[in-house]
Design a protein around this ligand. Structure first.
Ligand SMILES: [Cu+2]
Length: 331
């Protein structure tokens, strides 16, 4: 009886651990911003305090079990009831432990509330929609979706807005989680410290496709970020051939009511598509921007992403192909 149960336990632990990575793109133990580092510092204090307490408890328990084990010829040991010194000790000790945890925790809470606006900060409006992320850079006149670009080493202020329901912005290596609440402005202020690619995920249940609401953050060197901004501000090239047909079709379809493409349409329900093909992934981190995937999406969004707010527009294959050629020309 014991052996199979043990086998299952070992297997479960092994499978669980196999999912762990110290420095994966959603690691909570490899911080890459000042805020994430501060939060990680609190984790570390709590973890080591817990390890220390566990050691004391388990060593003490082991010793008692061994010392007072049943032996032939030894009767019950004497029992103690009411011991003032012990009572005081086990009241004071946990209070001290809580104090040790509370001081750094409260310090970090105040520090990461980001009340004051750091000088020269880059402001980004982050909107959590069912089920994708919108990023607006008001000072730069750039709008994008699901892929947030940030320069390394500069303070950014993320202004979190919820146009529909409650979401939560969470990019473990950069900081968060912080709720995105309709009618309320929440903020995260942080300085990304290392260039690289980081993954995030909506962390507050927001409906059918909550699990399909990821995001990607690209932290780049300041020059690379400037190049990205310049490219985003440039209008996309005039399409030709099939892409031009796609543009004409786009302009007379329902698409324009929901999507913005600079110079063509100004919808605000769905992601801005002005530079759709400059992004690696679409659908909030779900699929690579490839012809095959985009065609599949256009033909039946709610099938690929349950509950998607983009309806099935019953496009023909030829229409989906032309629209996709146009979308892929929007670099
Ligand atoms: Cu969600």
């Amino acid at each position: 009886m014991v052996r199979p149960a043990l086998g299952v336990l070992v297997l479960a632990v092994a499978l669980g651990l196999a999912g762990c990575a110290w420095d994966g793109p959603m690691s909570t133990v490899a911080p890459r911003s000042d805020v994430a580092r501060a939060i990680h510092g609190v984790y570390a204090i709590i973890t080591w305090a817990t390890v220390g307490i566990a050691l004391v408890v388990f060593v003490g328990l082991g010793w008692v079990l061994w010392r007072y084990r049943a032996r032939p010829g030894v009767g019950p040991v004497s029992q103690t009831r009411g011991h003032s010194l012990l009572e005081i000790a086990w009241t004071v000790a946990p209070a001290l432990v809580l104090l040790v945890i509370a001081i750094p925790t409260i310090q970090v809470i105040f520090r990461t509330q980001g009340a004051a606006m750091p000088p020269n900060a880059l402001e980004v409006t982050v909107r959590g929609w069912q089920w994708w992320w919108e990023f607006r850079y008001p000072a730069l006149d750039v709008v994008t979706a699901n892929e947030l670009h940030l320069p390394r080493g500069r303070a950014v202020v993320l202004n979190l807005e919820g146009p529909d329901v409650i979401h939560s912005f969470w990019v473990p290596q950069l900081g968060g989680k912080r709720d995105v609440i309709p009618g309320r402005l929440n903020r995260i202020t942080l300085v990304p410290e290392q260039s690289g690619e980081y993954w995030g995920q909506c962390a507050e249940f927001c409906g059918t496709s909550h699990a399909n609401m990821g995001l990607r953050v690209v932290v780049e060197e300041p020059e690379a970020f400037e190049r990205w901004v310049a490219a985003q501000r440039t209008p996309p090239a005039e399409p030709s051939g099939l892409a031009a047909e796609g543009q004409a079709l786009y302009a007379r379809s329902a698409c324009v009511g929901c999507h913005a493409i600079r110079g063509v349409s100004a919808g605000v329900i769905g992601p801005d598509l002005t530079h759709f093909a400059s992004r690696d992934l679409f659908g909030a981190g779900m699929w690579p921007v490839t012809e095959e995937r985009v065609i599949a999406w256009l033909k039946d969004p709610p099938r690929l992403k349950p509950g998607a707010k983009m309806p099935n527009l019953n496009l023909t294959d030829a229409e989906a192909r032309a629209l996709t050629a146009y979308l892929l020309s929007l670099e």
